[in-house]
Write a new protein. Structure first.
Ligand code: HEM
Length: 554
């Protein structure tokens, strides 16, 4: 991962080089504040997060040192469950607590569509203003049947409904996920066979996950052409990923061009793949409905391409949509699998327990003797689920954002139309009263936090203790995948993909921890911690590498 100096350093570099721009930004923020200040009389006035340079400091800190911003926000949240601050000239209401989380995921007045219009479409999909406007004009809702009063909108002017259909049907429905997971399992099983049976190999977990595993994940979803046409694609993706927060929060290109260069490089490669696919794929042929084919890989990629192309969106925009999917797929799952492998490799007892559990999920074909992982079984294993949940809890830091479409009230606070609502998964997930247990504080990993033991009789009548998966707190306080209508459409696939990798690895390899290193290979004086430069944007990757010795058993 190519990362610049720390965020604060970057902030100061940017600020020093662009002092006039900084002043201009301050002035603009003040004007925007004067115009957009909500006038509705609030029943309760939430406390504010102090802004040492009004309307500027918090915005800069939120983007460039999000972890520190969250720490300050947490202190204010100790006094009230809703706090306010200004982000790029917009009022934000940051909410916490079980009831408020339930509220924001259930409310119809708070939408994710507004976030797509402001952030997702212009900054990630790279839509032109007129393209974004097409979505903005469509008030007919995300369901197949238009909302009452919008029936006059012709199908070709409906945009939200096809977006939800393509993303949610082709990524979430079991009959569409299964072939993707089968393809992934097959590609991943083949990929590990390059390691000779019975020989110890010294490996970097960082390289394994960010190169070999990411390659497998991308080839599965997008087909092999994307990497064949762009040999540097993985590098371009991880550099893009390292700048994601700056791109998402829309720091202007003239102020900070490097993220835009990274984004152009990455998306140009996708455009090349897209052009080749559109030219060579026979949409009318037998592969038109195939679950997997080599040009576009899975159906989700093909259907997303087809929908946006047929609807007349520019190639650049279609590439942006596919790039967002590459990002959504890998930016979160790869750090999660990396962390779990680190936990297993540093704790021999945990590795042993997981290995014993995983063995139950393999089936042997009586005719051929072939041993295969039953993915349905592996995703239901209690200990592995607990380890996965614990990793998401501690290593995912998402800013869940919603736009207030109609004046609303949350926890007694009146909130004006146009305001933003934020909920931070990291704050919810390390809340001591919610997750902490004696001897196991909330901010520490404990593999068995989400396990309860029950007693059952085995076939011989003996009582035996059995693990069951049971989340340690209310699921409403756990939202690594967001919630409500826009909940992550890839969450089931992510779980299947991660469990498939882990199942195959622990069953087929002996593993031993060797040492912690920095990414340049030099020894590290401490184990990995979460790289907080990714705070607020998704999974937090480790800031150190782990060197291991693995030996393939079969
Ligand atoms: C550990 C893995 C993952 C995490 C933690 C994660 C988390 C999230 C979150 C928090 C959101 C926003 C939801 C909201 O605001 O309520 C989201 C959206 C999304 N995720 Fe995931 N995700 C993961 C894996 C994946 C995978 C594997 C895919 C695809 C293969 C995927 C595809 C998407 C897409 C397409 C969206 C945007 C949906 C839209 O535009 O409406 N995600 N994800």
């Amino acid at each position: 991962m190519e990362l610049n100096a720390g965020y604060l350093g970057t902030l100061f570099d940017v600020a020093r080089g662009y002092a006039p721009a900084f002043l201009l930004t301050t002035l603009l923020a003040l004007i925007v504040f004067a115009i957009t200040r909500p006038r509705a009389g609030a029943a309760l006035t939430p406390p504010s997060i102090r802004d040492p340079i009004p309307f500027v400091f918090n915005t800069f800190q939120f983007v460039f040192n999000n972890h520190k911003f969250m720490k300050r926000a947490t202190q204010v949240l100790e006094h009230a469950p809703i706090v306010k601050f200004w982000l790029a000239g917009k009022p934000v209401f940051l909410v916490a607590g079980l009831k408020n989380y339930q509220h924001i995921f259930a409310s119809r007045d708070l939408t994710y569509n507004g976030i797509m219009l402001q952030i997702g479409f212009p900054r990630l999909y790279r839509m032109s203003k007129t393209e974004v406007q097409r979505f903005a004009n469509d008030r007919s809702g995300h369901k197949e049947t238009p909302l009452p009063g919008t029936e006059h909108i012709p199908p070709e002017k409906r945009y939200w409904a096809p977006k939800y259909h393509v993303l949610y049907d082709f990524l979430s429905r079991p009959h569409h996920i299964k072939p993707i997971v089968d393809e992934f399992r097959s590609q991943f099983s083949q990929a590990v066979e390059k390691y000779p049976v019975g020989e110890w190999t010294t490996l970097s977990i960082d390289k394994l996950t960010r190169e070999d595993f990411t390659r497998c994940a991308i080839t599965t979803l997008f087909g092999p052409k994307i990497l064949e046409l762009n040999p540097d694609f993985l590098d371009a993706f991880w550099v893009f990923d390292s700048y994601a927060s700056v791109l998402v929060y829309g720091f202007p290109e003239w102020m900070y061009p490097a993220p835009y260069r990274a984004s152009n490089r990455f998306l140009d490669m996708i455009e090349k793949y897209l052009e080749a696919g559109l030219k060579n794929f026979d949409w009318e042929g037998p592969e038109g409905e195939a679950q997997w084919e080599p040009h576009f890989g899975t159906r989700i990629t093909r259907e997303l391409t087809k929908w946006l192309t047929d609807a007349g969106f520019r190639r650049k925009t279609v590439a942006g949509a596919l790039g967002t999917l590459v990002f959504a797929q890998n930016s979160n799952t790869i750090p999660v699998v990396t962390w779990i492998l680190m936990e297993l490799n540093k704790d021999a007892a945990l590795l042993k327990a997981v290995r014993e559990e995983v063995a139950e999920a393999f089936v042997t074909d009586s005719a051929t003797g072939a041993r295969t992982l039953d993915v349905q079984k592996v995703v239901a294993l209690p200990l592995l689920q607990s380890v996965f949940t614990e990793t998401l809890r501690l290593r995912v830091s998402m800013v869940i954002m919603r736009v207030v479409e109609e004046p609303t009230s949350i926890g007694g606070v009146d909130i004006a139309k146009g305001s933003l609502i934020h909920a931070y998964s990291h704050i919810a997930h390390i809340h001591e009263e919610t997750w902490g247990l004696p001897g196991h504080p909330a901010d520490q990993f404990w593999a068995e936090r989400h396990i309860k033991y029950v007693e059952e009789r085995d076939q011989t009548g003996q009582l035996r203790r059995k693990r069951e998966f049971a989340m340690a707190a209310s699921p409403a306080c756990f939202f690594p995948f967001g919630g409500g209508v826009p909940i992550c459409p890839g969450r089931q696939f992510a779980k299947n993909e991660i469990f498939t990798m882990l199942g195959i690895l622990v069953d087929r390899f002996d593993m031993e921890f060797v040492r912690w290193t920095n990414f340049d290979g030099s020894p590290s004086d401490r184990p990995a911690e979460s790289d907080q430069r990714f705070s607020g944007i998704g999974s937090l990757p480790p800031d150190r590498d782990m060197i291991v010795r693995w030996k393939r058993i079969w």
